[in-house]
Write a protein that binds this ligand. Structure first.
Ligand SMILES: C[S@@+](CC[C@H](N)C(=O)[O-])C[C@H]1O[C@@H](n2cnc3c(N)ncnc32)[C@H](O)[C@@H]1O
Length: 1580
């Protein structure tokens, strides 16, 4: 008998005056409440309300029978005087205390108990509650208002009370329910639905939905109408901007039974037919909120399940039954549809979709990977069937999966998604109709922005394109062909805009643009898109790395020329874009892109009056030229003039071709000539035309310079008609030009702004020189120019107090001298040149070199920083003259001893531009060989410091070149070995190596000079001064970071595919740095001559140094991984040893041999081992005394070194055939005798090797005609035959015999740079950065390219069979034999599923607990697992995971802090986050168990005890507590006695007990299994 019944009996049978008791109780509470609700009294209220309620329940019979009226009035009184005041006082929204919740509970119970006393009271109660809701709705209160206005009712209290009332009604089917009450309920329903708008999801889930569901149940008449109200509210949520996006989904799931009933009995409202529903659902699947995604997926699964089951009867609203289509969006392309006839195909597609959507929620790739191939099903399902009909899947579903892929953490998943998207066949997929095109040009494209996607596939070889890059090409072309021209524009404009608008890194941008550039022409781009590109070109392009920038611009221009629609875009706009593109990086005249532009301009246009017609273009040129040449009296030249000048010059150059001449119906180059005529007429009248503004003259000069630049910097040639015109132009106006320039320089530059004019004049002088070439006339003009500059210049005072005008004069004059000198330095010697050189040499005799060009102090308008630039320009020009004179002057014009300190000073004060010239001067000075050692060291130090200072400047590379040319000049390399100069050079080399660690190209620059210096005639022996450096260079090359390697790969790939990009010198350095350094140093060593003892001596010291380093590198790091830096450095060192072993001097041979064996004992990398073996083979081959020691080594390594033994065995097979004939028989006899015992070795690998070697030796002996060997050992034939039989190890023996080292390599014939540096690294699995292609070597030494080669090694191999050797097989034999296993991919095989049937999905507990059909209730009262006795953390972590997986409702730990332990989390993964964990210390266990027993749990000990029940016989009650025992002691006896039962797992083995996690897991599973069985049987 429970407490309630007991009380009732007592009450009924005693003489209690229930009325009086009740009245007293009610009065007491009433009077307390009258004084006002006090928070402190909560517990009192709880007690009083519960008591009143208990009295009402206990006295039910009594009151109902005799005192109905009393009951009704008292109930009214209770509601009015107790419940209502409390309803108004309890504010759960602002107070979340537990006792408040309890109070709410008792209040709800009491209210419902009273309300249900009769119909009238109920009606009144509902009215009161409705009243509260009305107030609430009218006020639209938010949570914070409750705090400020305590007088208002808390909505949550109202709903809570309502919940109790409707629940009570549901439990009383006999209760009379009137129409009036129904109407009241309908009104309440409506009010509640409206209020959802302002309630939190939490309140909706926990309170509103349960109440609404109850009302639906009670009021069947309005069922459909009410469901419709909910749907309308959902629609409102989805369209309005409700903050909480969870609302529509919590409602859809909460009302899943109404919207998607499992029996298919949909009320009149089937929302699956409504596209809006599918839009909401897909928004849920796309949501950032994982709960929304989960809910949306739940709904989808449910719908698919119902559709699968009911087929065509999904929606039966009067349809003829031929097939019901739900989710129609655009006519024939419903977002979702189901047809009985297609059920099977649809089921498969939806299964795959759901599997993917669900698995993509997982993080672990191994779970996802096997399912990824299923994306192909989706892809296919989106395409239209060959015969007529719909595609099975609307593409919007594909988008769901693709977007999830693109957001995934794993690159593999992202890549898969990208590849799938790009594999979409647009031709057979209704992308346009389904609105998918926008996705393709927007989000899909943006999802390809991950640069790591563009890594080329492993094993694809350098120079291959990343797979995705090729897919992009195919994809865009597919779109191009598939889209009608009406949609092409939309799509491609969208695509280009996405590229310009999104935040794109250079790599993805490069490949996407490349793919677009590969499209066939399709005029479709409009002006808007063009403007977007313009914005991009002016803003984003600037910040790109230079080595990407060129290619990106090339692709951009190509795209524009192919896609621009001339009818939509005016010529001006396109030209503006074209003048934003870099000339040298992209639009070099004559390059492919440039020609594309010409072609684009030349295409005929239909409309003759269009700006794009020949006439239109011509008119435009004249128009912009006219505009450009417009000046006013007071306008002045500025750098801004260069923008329009460039536009004119670029367009004029583009029209200078024959094709354009045809289009413009004129003779070739006519426009260029016309423009030039205008320039000539301006320049030639400058000096005579008094009123002409110098600005106009300057503009004309600028345009001429621009035209020359656009023509191509090195393109002055009589074969080029444009060049001829420009040369003619210069020629015709050079006299006036020179006159104008000298006048302006001496007189015309007076203000700071004029420095730009000085720059313009210097450029013009340079152009004049270049245009003249060898023309004697030009010489005369330049001579005159120099004359007009030199004389006044020498007269000028160089004092601090000079004024600005004077300073500008000096700057201009020196600028002109420097420009001429620079031009002469780069020109061949002609008479005209030597006159000019003579003139400058004379100047130098009179000129006193200055080291500082001070700012004019008088002039405050000059800012110091700005002046710095001009000062450096002055100094640079001065040193340019010095350089020319040092280099080309006939007589001694300069005193080098005087010059050196000035140069030294210039290095410290000047900027890099100056330093570069000064360093060149110094190089010239030291090559004259008159510099003393001390001065040399001083110069070197100064130069080195200057280089250090330039580290972060853009001119660094030029400074570096100048420095290395100076430092590693042959004149210095010949210094004595112990001299301070050599010591310094070695120190700088160290410094450069260090700098090269993070600056690609530095070491290369040094290596270039070193190589050039040391390979000169008789120079190589000087290499002995740099042995440690040479060895450092041999092992050079860091681990290349993945992103850097990607850059190499991209460059190589683009080069291989011959993308037409202008050469980028920096790119070459980036690309080849490591390899080139190695190629240079190897080539240098290859210059050694074995017949020269001094060379052999040098080679020996290199080998010794290599071995020293080899040991140091191995010691320095414990990293034994393949391809680790240590591995690769050791490999490179030993390669050098092998390269030079033939040159090693006799006295070192034995030592080297011993070193090789010592190394073999410890070396673990196959790549290195084989080289060591090869060195030994060579030594044995060369030296008979070593051959005599060979067999004793077999004894040495007996029992100990298995790896060394395998090497020894390998060595033997190579030697025999190459031995002198007379030694062979003895050798084979000894070899067979020594190898045979090892064929039975215990060690697997040794046994394998010896069996293979034995077979090989036997065969070799046969081939060498050593019949005596065969006849003397017939038994061996049997062993060899036996090995051939099909035994377990034979397969491995065969593999070994077929491997590269056993079968293919001929140690003598194949001793080549190719085998050493390409084949071996490739075969032994070294990463590609260590493969050096043989063709690179002759590039360093052109003589080798002509057929000769190094004296002691071939470059290439003789024809051999290497290409027949499979590297994977080779790798197999070199690695542990057991490791070879091939992983296979997924496809349709069974896969690990992380799939949850929708019926078991736990959504929001509060919601689903009320959904009594369909979704399983969360485990609140299920299994409790107690682990307080366990103290090994891994066991606890493991049990936590097991408990979570099997839905344990509570996991009890001795200490909560265990959860923080890494070994706990390592095993629990994230289980601890998903399971309720409680802490019960071991000492509190006894009390805890008691509490649990009182709460109705059965206490089960998991233990082997004398009375244990076998698990096979035990049935678990639902409320079970499992107590697990301690690892050592099990469960203590005192606790066992408290338990209800002990259960044991029957054991068969010898061992005493199971591990505690295993035992726990078995019991937990058995519990769950029994529960599942129970559920199945009850549901069936
Ligand atoms: C390694 S045993 C503890 C030592 C064990 N009680 C003894 O006899 O020495 C650790 C725990 O695993 C569980 N266990 C091991 N074997 C079991 C079995 N066959 N049946 C039930 N529980 C077992 C018990 O909870 C036990 O306390």
């Amino acid at each position: 008998m429970d407490t309630d019944d007991f009380l009732k009996t007592i009450v009924i049978n005693s003489n209690f005056d229930l009325k009086e008791t009740l009245s007293k109780l009610v009065s007491a509470t009433e009077s307390r409440l009258k004084a006002g609700f006090q928070q402190a009294d909560i517990n009192l209220y709880i007690h009083e309300l519960a008591t009143i309620n208990q009295v009402l329940i206990s006295g039910e019979g009594f009151f109902n029978k005799e005192n109905k009226n009393y009951l009704i009035t008292t109930s009214d009184r209770i509601i009015g005087n107790i419940c209502e005041p409390l309803v108004q006082s309890v504010l759960p929204s602002t107070d979340s205390g537990t006792n408040l919740q309890v109070l709410l509970g008792v209040l709800g119970q009491l209210y419902s108990q009273c309300a249900l006393v009769d119909e009238e009271t109920l009606k009144n109660a509902l009215c009161r509650l409705e009243g509260h809701i009305n107030i609430f709705l009218n006020e639209k209160l938010s949570k914070s208002n409750f705090e400020s206005d305590k007088g208002l009712v808390d909505f949550r209290t109202v709903i809570e009370v309502l919940k109790y009332i409707v629940s009570a009604v549901c439990k009383r089917p006999d209760f009379k329910w009137t129409k009036e009450q129904n109407e009241k309920l309908d009104a309440l329903f409506e009010k509640l639905v409206t209020s959802l708008d302002i309630l939190t999801v939490n309140v909706i889930g926990t309170l509103c939905i349960p109440v609404l569901l109850k009302i639906l149940k009670i009021n069947e008449i309005s069922y459909t109408e009410n469901v419709r109200k909910v749907w309308s509210q959902i629609l409102l949520f989805s369209t309005s901007s409700v903050e909480d996006k969870r609302k529509p989904f919590i409602l859809l799931c909460g009302f899943a039974n109404q919207f998607f009933p499992v029996d298919g009995n949909v009320c009149n409202l089937d929302i699956r037919r409504d596209t809006q529903f599918w839009t909401i659902l897909q928004a849920g699947l796309h949501s950032k909120d994982s709960l929304n995604r989960k809910r949306a997926l739940y709904l989808l699964k449910r719908i698919v399940d119902i559709c699968e089951r009911d087929g065509a009867d999904v929606s039966s609203e009067g349809d003829s039954g031929s097939g019901q289509h739900v989710g129609h969006s655009e006519g024939r392309h419903p977002v979702f549809w189901w047809e009985r006839g297609q059920s099977k195909a649809l089921s498969k597609v939806w299964e795959d979709f759901i599997l993917l959507a669900e698995v993509l929620e997982e993080k672990q790739v191994h779970v996802i990977k096997p399912l990824l191939p299923r994306m192909d099903t989706l892809l296919k399902a989106c395409t239209l069937p060959k015969e007529t009909g719909r595609a099975l899947l609307h593409t919007s579903w594909l988008k769901v999966v693709l977007l999830r892929c693109s957001l995934h953490e794993s690159l593999q998943v992202i890549r898969w998604g990208a590849n799938t998207a790009l594999a979409l066949d647009v031709r057979h997929c209704p992308v346009i109709e389904q609105g998918f095109l926008k996705y393709l040009s927007g989000e899909m494209l943006l999802s390809l922005r991950e640069p790591k996607l563009y890594v080329r596939e492993v094993g694809s070889g350098t120079g291959s394109m990343p797979q995705i890059a090729e897919r992009l090409v195919t994809f865009f072309q597919g779109c191009w062909h598939a889209l009608p021209s009406s949609h092409r524009g939309v799509y491609f404009c969208g695509t280009v805009e996405t590229l310009c608008g999104g935040d794109w890194g250079p790599i993805p941008l490069l490949f996407t643009l490349r793919a677009l550039a590969a499209l066939p022409p399709a005029p479709c781009l409009d002006a808007n898109t063009l403007r977007a590109t313009r914005k991009w070109l002016t803003a984003d392009l600037v910040s790109m790395y230079s080595f990407y920038r060129g290619m990106i611009q090339v692709f951009f221009v190509k795209i524009l020329t192919k896609l621009i629609d001339k009818t939509l875009v005016p010529l001006e706009e396109v030209l503006q874009i074209l003048s934003l593109v870099g000339r040298d990086e992209c639009l070099v005249r004559g390059s492919v892109v440039w020609q594309d532009c010409v072609q684009f301009l030349a295409q005929p246009v239909e409309d003759d009056t269009s700006g794009w017609s020949g006439r239109g273009i011509k008119m435009y040129i004249h128009k912009i030229l006219k505009q450009y040449l417009e000046t006013s009296i007071d306008s002045k030249y500025s750098t801004a003039d260069s923008v329009p000048a460039l536009t004119v010059a670029r367009l004029v150059m583009l029209t200078s071709t024959d094709t354009m001449a045809t289009k413009m119906e004129e003779s070739p180059c006519k426009t260029v000539a016309e423009v030039c005529e205008q320039v000539i007429s301006v320049v030639n009248s400058i000096n005579s035309h008094v009123y002409m503004s110098p600005h106009l003259a300057d503009k004309a000069l600028l345009l001429l310079n621009m035209l020359a630049d656009e023509m191509g910097l090195s393109a002055w040639s009589s074969d080029d008609p444009v060049s001829v015109i420009l040369q003619g132009t210069v020629d015709r106006c050079k006299g006036e030009m020179v006159r104008y320039i000298s006048t302006q320089i001496i007189q015309g530059c007076t203000q700071m702004g004029d420095v730009w004019r000085i720059q313009l004049y210097m450029d013009s002088v340079s152009m004049l020189g270049k245009a003249g070439g060898g023309h004697p006339g030009q010489g005369a003009d330049l001579y005159r120019l120099l004359e007009t500059c030199i004389t006044p210049f020498l007269n000028l005072q160089f004092t601090q107090s000079s004024g600005l005008h004077e300073k500008l004069q000096q700057l201009g004059c020196m600028g002109v001298l420097g420009t001429v000198a620079n031009f002469l330095s780069n020109s061949p010697a002609t008479q005209a040149c030597s006159d000019l050189i003579g003139q400058l040499s004379d100047f130098m005799k009179k000129w006193k070199i200055i080291t500082n060009f001070n700012k004019p102090t008088m002039d405050i308008s000059v800012n110091k920083q700005e002046w710095g630039k001009f000062s450096s320009q002055f100094l640079t020009s001065q040193w340019q003259v010095v350089q020319l004179v040092l280099d080309r002057s006939c007589g001694p014009c300069l005193d080098i001893q005087e010059l050196l300190p000035l140069a030294r000073e210039a290095l410290t004060v000047g900027v890099e531009e100056t330093a570069i010239v000064v360093l060149k001067c110094l190089k010239l000075a030291i090559s004259k060989n008159t510099v003393g050692e001390e001065a040399l060291c001083d110069i070197l130090d100064g130069s080195w410091m200057c280089l250090q200072g330039a580290r972060r400047t853009i001119t660094f590379w030029d400074v570096l070149d100048a420095f290395t040319c100076l430092a590693f000049h042959p004149a210095l390399l010949v210094s004595p070995k112990n001299s301070p100069v050599i010591a310094k050079l070695n120190i700088y080399a160290e410094g450069l190596l260090e700098l090269g660690q993070d600056k690609n190209g530095v070491v290369n620059a040094m290596c270039d000079q070193l190589y050039a210096g040391l390979t000169g005639p008789g120079m190589i022996i000087n290499a002995s001064k740099f042995v440690p450096l040479i060895v450092q260079l041999c092992m050079f090359g860091n681990l290349v970071q993945r992103c850097v390697r990607q850059v190499y790969d991209i460059c190589a790939a683009l080069e291989m595919t011959r993308e037409h990009c202008p050469d980028n010198p920096r790119l070459n350095i980036v690309k080849n740095e490591d390899i080139e350094v190695k190629v240079k140093v190897i080539s240098l060593l290859c210059h050694l001559d074995p017949s020269d003892p001094s060379h052999c001596h040098l080679a020996t010291s290199v080998v010794k140094e290599c071995l020293k380093k080899y040991v140091a590198v191995s010691k320095g790091s414990a990293n034994r991984f393949s391809n680790s830096l240590v591995h690769r450095q050791r490999h490179r060192l030993i390669q050098t040893v092998l390269l030079l072993q033939g040159l090693v001097t006799k006295d070192y041979v034995d030592e080297l041999w011993a070193e090789m064996w010592v190394s073999l004992e410890v070396e673990t990398q196959p790549s290195v081992r084989h080289i060591l073996e090869w060195v030994i083979i060579w030594a044995l081959h060369r030296h008979q005394h070593l051959r005599l020691q060979l067999w004793s080594i077999f004894d040495k390594y007996r029992n100990t070194k298995h790896l060394t033994m395998s090497s020894l065995l390998c060595i033997v097979i190579h030697l025999g055939p190459k031995l002198p004939k007379e030694e062979q028989e003895v050798f084979y006899r000894q070899a067979l005798g020594n190898v045979l015992p090892w064929c039975m070795a215990h060690h697997f690998q040794t046994r394998l090797y010896s069996q293979a070697v034995l077979s090989k030796l036997w065969a070799q002996a046969g081939r060498l005609g050593l019949t005596a060997i065969h006849t003397a050992n017939p038994i061996l034939q049997t062993i060899v035959d036996f090995n051939q039989e099909n035994r377990n190890s034979t397969k491995n023996v065969r593999k070994l015999l077929d491997s590269f080292f056993f079968k293919f390599l001929d140690f003598k014939d194949d001793f080549s740079l190719e085998t050493l540096y390409k084949v071996m690294p490739q075969m032994t699995g070294l990463s590609e950065e260590d493969w050096i292609a043989p063709e690179l070597f002759p590039m360093t030494c052109p003589a080798w390219a002509l057929g000769s080669g190094p004296t002691f090694i071939n470059i290439r191999n003789p024809p051999n069979q290497f290409d027949k050797c499979d590297p994977s097989l080779w790798k197999y034999t070199t690695l542990k034999l057991a490791e070879a296993e091939v992983e296979e991919g997924g496809g349709e095989r069974d896969v690990q599923k992380k799939i949850m049937p929708w019926r078991q999905m736990l959504l929001e507990e509060e919601v689903v607990s009320e959904v009594d059909h369909g979704v399983k209730v969360g485990p609140t009262d299920g299994l409790v697992v107690v682990t307080s006795l366990i103290n090994k953390v891994p066991n606890l972590g493991g049990l936590c995971r097991t408990s979570e997986i099997f839905g344990v409702s509570e996991y009890v730990l001795g200490k909560l802090q265990y959860v923080e332990d890494t070994s706990f989390q390592g095993l629990s993964v994230t289980a601890h986050k998903w399971i309720p964990i409680t802490e019960v210390h071991e000492t509190d266990l006894s009390d805890y168990l008691q509490q649990r027993r009182q709460a109705g749990y059965t206490l089960v000990g998991v233990e082997q005890t004398a009375n244990s029940v076998s698990l096979t016989d035990y049935t678990f009650p639902t409320k079970t507590l499992l107590l697990l025992g301690n690892e050592k002691e099990g469960i203590p006896v005192d606790l066992i006695s408290q338990l209800d039962v002990c259960v044991e797992i029957p054991q068969q083995g010898v061992i005493r007990s199971l591990n505690v996690h295993v035992s726990g897991a078995i019991l937990i599973w058995e519990y769950r299994r029994q529960q599942l069985m129970k559920e199945t049987s009850s549901s069936s």
